[in-house]
Design a binder for this molecule. Sequence first.
Ligand code: GLU
Length: 421
Amino acid sequence: MTTEQVAASINPWTVAQRQFDLAADRLNLDPGLRRVLREPRRELTVHFPVKMDDGSVQVFTGYRVQHNVGRGPAKGGIRYHQDVTLDDVKALAMWMTWKCAVVGIPFGGGKGGVVVDPKKLSRRELEGLTRRFATEIEVLIGPERDIPAPDVNTNAQVMAWMMDTFSMHQGYTVPGVVTGKPVGLGGSEGRNEATARGTVYCVAEAARHLGLDLRSSRVVIQGFGNAGSIAASLIAREGARVVGVSDSVGGIFAPEGLDIDRVLKWKAEHGTVRGFPGATAISNAQLLELECDVLIPAALENQITTANADRIKARVVAEAANGPTTPDADELLHSRGIFLIPDVLCNAGGVTVSYFEWVQDLNRDHWSEEIVNAKLHEIMVRAFDETVAMAAKEDVNMRTAAYLLAVDRVASATALRGLYP
Ligand code: GLU
């Protein structure tokens, strides 16, 4: 099987439950609590109509899942992707629960998705789809209940439409119902860059921990969306050499380093990084196996599996994507001495600044980008240090260490609240 075929054959929900089981075993988690945390709290599937530009009516399928709301409202993004399934959304919602707990913000985990390739919609169709989907999931969302945000193929404009739709139905403006909004509409400074910035903070901490000099390191990034492209810019600004990047079309490689500003311009003009002058075209599978110091998967799930884990040559793998590495691959990387910063830690900068945005919205406040970044840095460094300390204490890999912290926090909160009724 090719790397792509292996990726497609693995169900992220099975992966998420297995990761949880590893931590639950190690924590000796009470069997009742384990049964509770192993399943999502709520799963909503909706089929809804959208009037297309050609006058036809198409029916789309969407999901909103709340995995856990024990430590606060459900929190997590909404993705638009042609291949998204309910199981994907369940996994992504569970990962959000652990992510919020790892960084210690008072949210549970949720996620949403619509089965659609948004690149094939006009702007008017995209707005119509977004407004109707927001309406369909209104039985679940709200600033005290469940707060969506951007994810794969959604952005600040999509969040503005969601906020407006929810607000129209309430009869007043409710900025705190979604995060990742435009700054002029109650969005937070620094939110757009937050996922990437948190990842780069983690990479800097990992470099310090391993005695690696970031300024002379070679970085490879899979995915050139919000997380990948901004991580490329930020890490290049730290002096690292970005030698390879890719998007859904394919990858490019330049051993002497890519000029990221020019790659960004190229992508804006051509819709892909492919064809960038002076770089060699490579496949996404080849990109992952490039010789480098830091590999940042910033695309989709199941990219590092048993099909390629023994050929990963990076010293550090920093998961800006959710679920890019399977549990078997985790073990392989760990046994080969590759230092992996797990998704629930590495990409938690996004939801952390979403939390800041929500706090600012509820207080009708607005913080400077300096304040946002300083608070983000403090939270990311603390979570990183706690995870490293746990990995050393329990002699486990970094993912299991992050899970031990997170699952214990969620389980303790659940136990303290007790069982209703
Ligand atoms: N979609 C992002 C994630 O996977 C952000 C979620 C949020 O800000 O609520 O973490």
